[in-house]
Ligand binder design. Structure first.
Ligand code: FAD
Ligand code: DHB
Length: 389
């Protein structure tokens, strides 16, 4: 198969890049290891930055998003039994939208189906070859047949455990682990809050998010090696009541329909391009979830990369050659924000300075809710930094 762009990975990054290339009339093929059903069923992120929403709308993917997405003008920060509202709209005139990653993937998949995109699902033994040559290749097996794709460029949107990043020789990586994980549940109950609550409690972090007016999404900080079997529903609700409770407010319970533990890490690859291979999204970088930047970073990358590829085919190679520098420049700011939010809102109870650290975090949170400057900074980063030119 001969195509211009071979995209490896049909997560949000790969599917969205395809739609951007469509608007420029650039042909491409997508290769995905899992089945369509599997990619549609993964429950992950839930918050879209304003820039992510605007991009999806520009690409004609905004119809259901506008109808079912919940626009939020701020968040609540909670600590020491007090709940404070941070009003992004009032502070900087920007908002975020609650719309699940699986809904974004569903909308993208439908658009691809309607457009007749060539997507090879359930591809086995996906491998890259010749990324330093003029004619890079992607090979795989699909339904018992060997397939070879010859492209002008290969884009790795194959997530953290994909094959593209490891094919860059001498790649440096920068990473950091955290002494906690998130236990996340989906519950069939109307959210007990109008906007997200991020809470620091002496027992650890808790968050009340949502997916719709009928479905709540709740998270608890747990130790990184925690076993989900040790968390029956009763124990989860009890911890959520304790950590999220404030006087005069009640958390409504509902049936828990999904339960999982997500480890937390920060990770950045030293480059997002090598020869004719480009990386985007989780293939190149990971953030801890506090601040909701994983999906939004993937969207920002492909927004920049799609335009860069289009410029390249119009005879201007500069945006492509500067892609890695621009994407990493934005990503390192996002890394900092995610680490900052994580450190501010989680309880690290190892070591001698644990009590000191907790009290200093309370001081930090109090500063944020009392300083309009600090709130503007949080609002600017939470609603999304501009894409790099
Ligand atoms: P992915 O969504 O990982 O997509 C990569 C695709 O490539 C997958 O479909 C995969 O099957 C495919 N693939 C992998 N290897 C190969 C291969 N060898 N060949 C072909 N295809 C391959 N972010 C938040 O902001 N908030 C959250 O609450 C949040 N929760 C998360 C929970 C979990 C359990 C996980 C794993 C991530 C979470 N994230 C969250 C992060 C967010 O979901 C990711 O940042 C986002 O999915 C990145 O999109 P992507 O397209 O780059 O990668
Ligand atoms: C959600 C996840 C996040 O990481 C976050 O900061 C806010 C919301 C969510 O899944 O709803």
């Amino acid at each position: 198969i001969r195509t211009r762009i071979a995209i490896v990975g049909a997560g949000p990054a790969g599917l969205l890049l395809g739609r951007i290339l469509d608007t420029h009339g650039i042909d491409y093929v997508i290769v995905e290891r899992k089945s369509l059903e599997y990619t549609l069923g993964r429950i992950r992120a839930g918050i879209l930055e304003q820039g992510s929403v605007e991009l999806l709308e520009r690409l004609g993917l905004g119809e259901r998003l506008r109808r079912e997405g919940l626009e939020h003008r701020g968040i609540y920060l909670q600590f020491a039994g007090e709940r404070h509202h941070i009003d992004f709209e009032k502070l900087i005139g920007r908002t975020v939208t609650v719309y699940g990653q699986q809904e974004v993937v569903k909308d993208l998949s439908r658009a691809h189906q309607a457009a007749g995109t060539a997507i090879y699902y359930e591809a086995e033994d996906v491998a890259l070859d010749g990324i330093e040559s003029e004619r890079p290749r992607v090979t795989f097996r699909c339904r018992g047949e060997d397939v070879l794709i010859e492209a002008d460029y290969v884009v790795g949107t194959d997530g953290f455990h994909g094959v593209c990043r490891p094919s860059i020789p001498d790649l440096e990586v920068y990473d950091r682990e955290y002494p906690f994980a998130w236990l996340g549940v989906l519950a069939s109950v109307r959210p007990s809050t109008d906007e997200l609550i991020y809470a620091l409690h002496a027992d650890g972090f808790a968050m009340h998010s949502m997916r719709s007016m009928e479905v709540s999404r709740l998270y608890l900080q747990v130790p990184p090696d925690e076993n989900i079997d040790d968390w029956p529903d009763d124990r989860i609700w009890e911890a959520l009541h304790r950590r999220l409770g404030v006087p005069g407010w009640t958390l409504d319970e509902g049936e828990i329909t999904d339960k999982s533990i997500t480890p937390m890490r920060s990770f950045v690859a030293s480059t997002m391009q090598h020869g004719r291979l480009f990386l985007a999204g989780d293939a190149a970088h990971i953030v801890p979830p506090t601040g909701a930047k994983g999906l939004n970073s993937a969207i920002a990358d492909v927004a920049m990369l799609g335009e860069a590829i289009a410029a390249g085919y119009r005879g201007n190679p500069e945006p492509m050659s500067s892609y890695s520098r621009r994407a990493l420049s934005r990503q390192w700011k996002t890394q900092y924000f995610s680490r900052w939010m994580t450190a501010m809102l989680h309880r690290d109870d190892r070591g001698d300075s644990s009590e000191y650290d907790y009290l200093a975090q309370l001081g930090q949170l109090r500063y944020v809710v009392e300083s309009e400057f600090a709130q503007c900074s949080l609002a600017e980063q939470y609603t999304g930094l501009p894409y790099g030119l």
